[in-house]
Write a protein of this length. Structure first.
Lengths: 305, 305
């Protein structure tokens, strides 16, 4: 069963907006919660999501513009007040640690849980996380300061055994199971081949999610996000302001839709809307002319990948 | 007419609470808006108050615990995005400027409006602001780090002339008006004294407001806040936890009420409630046993001083 999901905690751009919160997302995938960017107020958005703050062990910060990290310091302070013990891993551009440390210094806060900082510095794609189920890579973006997107890729899973059918082939022993799970056929002593399909159930397709904010229209990223299941791509402006957006290191609805189409993504979520737009549904009307499966997210709703 | 008022933007203490916001207040007095402390999310609370962010020219920070200043950096960034030109004056402990500058450095933000930092360093009371209508003094508090409260005192106003009565005394010339406004009687050439009360209307009483957060029970402050109109005093815990509160540099409902009673204040507003309390009205039930005119504030309501 697929139970990986994305919760958009905020999708506002830098100027504040009455109803919306700045950028932050919570991704649940392969039994881990990943907090992606962390604008002001993220902590109270997480409270509203009913997901326990302390379940988060990984925080990824795309870049050091305030609407993507001003909410981080209060989450780290809360962990301290709640006497967190578990390690927290933070992926962020160099500079974040300096910013956090100077805050802690003046408030005389001693952080007593381990924080592991992974500095992002490369302009090329890097693998930044791997465990038995999941890999995470950066996506180098083009913004006004050093910025990374992130792509989360589930690893190919072993197939599930069809025990009922396996029992019919007496020669198969427990020591053969791993090979069968890996997809190999079984060869009987008499030379007969038992096809793997007969012995296993199909394993679920590994899922993938890519987060791309903030960036100008940058087709270079397409090669990193081919055939993914879900793409979040920023769309600060409507396409009328394409040139304005480009100069400011941002994308439009049409740019985001183009990236989704050219990368053959399944579903596109837009966000990072400028506060000049009252009706954000217009972003969808523009984008679907290029890429049909486009979503304007609802805050705190779970989007299954 | 008295149109000085206080808006409580948030009164939560450091651990986050679903419904409440951390400490911040907006004081309108003598035609100026003063923002007092600035926890995370203050900017969106100001948006909700319908008071234009750009009307604020003075920000006072009591101390450098995050729940009192984490919201400041995003307000300063918003001013930059909105192309503020006016000077902003910030009163704060040393250290705040370092914290702000390191944020601005990494986001490559150049602040183009003038920010005047007034560093608060003294352990004694200091006058930090004076214009023709108003004076502001610090109130040295006792917390776990260097902390100031603030007291705002209107200056005594000139009396208003009773023009109808003045016209009856032909000898009074325009050059005499200032003396009369200042409260002097008028002496006619024949030696008769015209009492000032006949020539003027009573001037409104100068108002005063004191902000005391965060602090343990500290009767030393009473001498600074004698006979004021409105006192905000922190009340993190109920009185059962007096000793616990004291050790943590905080006050209880009863401590706050005692300070209000002993200083002969007119009205007390409590705040900075610990998130362990669901029903914050209990703070009032305790406090009114000592000081009757006690208020549990409603967020965003205007409290006229």
């Amino acid at each position: 069963m697929n139970n990986s999901y994305l919760i958009i905690l905020g999708f506002n751009s830098s100027l504040p907006n009455y109803n919306y919160h700045p950028t932050s997302q919570l991704l649940f995938i392969k039994n881990n919660y990943f907090l992606i960017d962390c604008g002001e107020g993220t902590q109270s958005q997480i409270l509203k999501s009913k997901i326990k703050l302390n379940k988060i062990d990984y925080i990824l910060i795309s870049h050091l513009h305030g609407d993507h990290y001003f909410g981080l310091i209060s989450i780290l302070s809360t962990y301290q007040l709640l006497r967190r013990q578990k390690q927290l891993t933070i992926y962020a551009p160099r500079g974040l640690k300096q910013i956090l440390n100077i805050n802690f210094k003046w408030s005389r806060t001693k952080i007593s849980y381990p924080i592991k900082f992974i500095y992002l510095t490369s302009l090329k794609q890097k693998k930044i996380f791997e465990n038995k189920d999941l890999k995470i890579y950066t996506i180098p973006l083009k913004h006004t300061i050093y910025t990374n997107g992130f792509i989360f890729k589930e690893k190919k899973k072993l197939k599930n055994l069809n025990i009922k059918n396996i029992k019919m082939i007496k020669e198969i022993k427990i020591k053969d199971y791993l090979k069968i799970k890996q997809g190999y056929n079984f060869k009987k002593k008499n030379g007969h081949i038992i096809p793997n399909n007969f012995l296993t159930y199909k394993s679920p397709k590994p899922l993938s999610y890519a987060y791309c904010s903030d960036t100008k229209y940058y087709p270079n990223i397409i090669k990193y996000i081919k055939n993914i299941d879900l793409l979040y791509h920023e769309s600060t402006y409507l396409h009328k302001f394409y040139y304005y957006a480009y100069l400011r290191g941002h994308s439009t609805s049409i740019s985001a839709a183009k990236i989704a189409m050219l990368s053959n993504t399944k579903k596109l979520i837009l966000g990072h809307f400028s506060n000049r737009y009252i009706n954000i549904n217009i972003f969808k009307y523009e984008a679907i002319t290029i890429f049909k499966n486009t979503i304007i997210p609802k805050i705190l709703k779970k989007y299954y990948i």
